[in-house]
Design a protein around this ligand. Sequence first.
Ligand code: SF4
Length: 221
Amino acid sequence: MTKKDLAAQTVASLKKIYPDAICSLTYRNPVELLIAVRLSAQCTDARVNKVTPVLFAAYPTLDSLCEASAEDIGEIIKPCGLFNTKARDIKALALMIRDQYAGCVPDSMEKLLKLPGVGRKTANLILGDVYGKPAIVADTHCIRISGRIGLTDGTKDPVKVEKQLRECVEPQEGSDLCHRFVLFGRDTCTARSPKCGHCPLSGFCENPAGDVKKGAIEKDA
Ligand code: SF4
């Protein structure tokens, strides 16, 4: 089976299981999504979803975020961890979006990567979810599952995973596929002890039992 065929089968199977693939972070506009993604580094989406309503109630507009002190932002986002760095980034990116991008989250990878604290994973998520552009969010679930299925060569390097998936996944399917990988990675293809015996992808997955076979063990994300 070619990689493209494998990717098409994976997309079709996961679409059946998770017809509604959406980001598990809650947000009302692109700026809120960007901030929620920044907060989600080394933090669960569930916790971020508890903190962001408080943050956005205190600072409901881009201007109000720009005027806030990093210390005050940090107090609110403390439960998300790494709060000093995250608070500095949130204030700095709010200022940059207001002053350099006329209040709009940019729609290109190049510009997104210039925002403080924004890497390719975040930029891809914005491009896919906000602008409907082809995107691959190479997070821990995407890296692990695509390697097990055989869509990648098993590399853990997110840039290589993104490149390899872009070569085999239909561009319009990439963003949703990555959201589905997150749900599938929590339910079935877990980091430890994947449920291969009950997996609907087991008929074509190239590495059932996944990384366990290779001796590499990851922590659940
Ligand atoms: S067969 Fe196992 S390793 Fe392959 S996708 Fe399913 S749960 Fe993951």
